[in-house]
Design a protein around this ligand. Structure first.
Ligand SMILES: [Zn+2]
Length: 174
């Protein structure tokens, strides 16, 4: 079964070609090391949005077949431009996952696509409510700090758990 064009199976596929989409038949039994920068647009973020790609994803991964599975381990790094929810200024925020790992379970001859998993794990490391002081590249004070704190999001107020973030709430479901 030859299917040279296999790029239409999902609408969630990134608009740019992903270097993290791999043919398992091209990964030798003793493993494969891949490293480089993903093309701009890898994260599928909107230009001018609250979260923008600042520097492309850098990946440094070891891919190790294990029976029918593939273990990917290594380092991921990216940098974003976030919009401060208080002053609407932008600041840079770097994300690094030094020991990322993911076990992929490819089906027969299908492509292994680590793209969605990498995107998700990196984007989950971003602050839920970005503020200037979260900036970890250049420290900057928020020019609007203390001026109108009432815009602080309180989405979970009605349940009496106002200190929770969305991610905490997700954890509680488990
Ligand atoms: Zn700010």
């Amino acid at each position: 079964m030859e299917s040279p064009e296999s790029s239409t199976e999902s609408s969630t596929a990134p608009a740019v070609p992903s270097p993290l989409r791999l043919d398992p038949r091209q990964i030798p039994g003793n493993g494969l090391h891949i490293q480089g920068d993903a093309p701009a647009g890898f994260f599928g973020l909107t230009e001018g949005g609250e979260v923008m790609e600042d520097r492309p994803l850098h990946y440094d991964l070891q891919l190790q077949p294990d029976g029918s599975e593939l273990l990917a381990t290594g380092r991921l790094k990216a940098q974003f431009s976030l919009e401060c929810g208080r002053c609407l200024g932008r600041f840079a925020f770097g994300v690094e996952i030094p020991q990322w790992s993911h076990l992929a379970k490819p089906q027969d001859d299908q492509m292994i696509d680590l793209t969605d998993q990498v995107r998700e794990d990196i984007l989950l490391a971003l602050p839920s409510y970005p503020r200037c002081e979260h900036g970890n590249i250049d420290q900057q004070a928020c020019p609007a700090e203390g001026q109108f704190e009432k815009v602080e999001p309180t989405t979970f107020d009605e349940s009496g758990t106002s200190k929770q973030t969305a991610w905490d709430a997700l954890d509680d479901l488990t």
